[in-house]
Design a protein around this ligand. Structure first.
Ligand code: NAI
Length: 297
């Protein structure tokens, strides 16, 4: 089988100055993609900025024979998102791929969570994906082609102490992805998400010995596949780290039905309601609604 290639495809990667985004950029550039390397260059908590992060990355890609332009706008505002997409249009005339990867952390146990910790995390992860993806989506729809890969997290999909802000934003990206998949379907726009696990500056203090196994470069092949023309899926979420990749999905149990449902029914049939045997994996809201129909015959 031929290798996946990206010749002439224009890819925006947010937060590509280091960590996972850097690896995604190196892989796509090595296979012919034309890149917008976006990075604000701040600290892990989102404070500060450094234009050098994106510029150094562009130099590195050019040194390896690739093509890239730097962009230092923040994804956290609508103006920033529009400017990032404009950078792609000015440099390369189109945009085929958006990788929503920029991210920050402001962890705190829930009782100490505050708007100052909540809002910037939403602004970068969830609203940031909206700010960048919407202007790109308009172009993708016009050209009848697009690939969107957003970065979710097991912290939101499964829960992790101290991350109500981050977990909610990251799970929000799953809903974002699923709706984009529905809206993009007829324009050959595919949207998927990853939940990565990798040793980066964001995780170095918590990773422990497992860190040795979690080279961020081993996350990028999944991003590259989902960003490729051959990508066969949309609206899906993949867990990836250290070379392992698996699908994460939202399933629904067969459930329990009684037309006179009472609180006691719920108590007394909880095992049946929760029974994972024979669960379904609806692809969209219509398929989920259809699961009710056999009960109503
Ligand atoms: P990182 O801190 O190395 O990379 C994040 C990048 O985003 C940084 O280069 C930063 O400057 C940039 N950034 C932050 N705010 C920005 C803004 N407003 N505009 C533009 N760029 C901005 O950390 P890492 O690990 O590479 O994270 C990449 C993504 O993966 C993040 O979304 C993170 O939440 C997610 N993730 C990482 C995991 C891991 O195990 N490393 C686990 C789950 C999710």
């Amino acid at each position: 089988m031929a290798e996946l290639g990206y010749d002439g495809k224009v890819a925006i990667i947010t937060g590509a100055g280091g960590g996972l985004g850097r690896q995604h950029a190196l892989l796509l550039a090595s296979r012919g993609a034309l890149l917008v390397i976006n990075d604000l260059g701040g600290a892990v908590d989102g404070t500060g900025s450094d234009k050098g992060a994106a510029e150094r990355m562009v130099d590195e890609i050019k040194g390896l024979g690739g093509e890239a332009v730097a962009d230092t706008n923040s994804v956290a505002t609508p103006e920033g998102g529009a400017a990032i997409v404009q950078t792609a249009l000015d440099a390369f005339g189109r945009v085929d791929i958006v990788v929503n990867n920029a991210g920050i952390l402001r962890d705190k146990a829930f009782t100490n969570m505050s708007p100052e910790l909540m809002n910037p995390v939403f602004d970068v992860h969830l609203k940031g994906a909206f700010h960048v993806t919407q202007p790109a989506f308009v172009k993708m729809r016009e050209q009848g082609y697009g690939r969107i890969v957003s970065t979710s997290s097991a912290a939101g999909l499964f829960g992790n102490f101290g991350q109500t802000n981050y977990g909610a934003a990251k799970m929000g990206l799953v809903g974002f992805t699923r709706v984009l998949a529905v809206e993009g379907a007829k324009y050959n726009i595919k949207a998927n998400a990853i939940a990565p696990l990798a040793l980066t500056r964001m995780t170095e203090s918590i990773m422990g010995p497992l860190g040795d196994k979690l080279d961020p470069a081993l996350v990028s092949p999944v991003v590259a596949y989902l960003a490729s023309e051959e990508c066969a899926v949309s609206g899906e979420v993949y867990s990836v780290g250290g070379g392992r990749v698996a699908r994460i999905f939202v399933g629904e149990t067969k459930g329990f039905f009684d037309p006179a449902l009472s609180p006691e029914h719920v108590r007394d049939h909880l095992d049946e309601i929760r029974d994972e045997q024979g669960y379904a994996v609806p692809a969209n809201l219509a398929e989920e609604t259809a699961l009710f129909l056999p009960s109503f015959k």
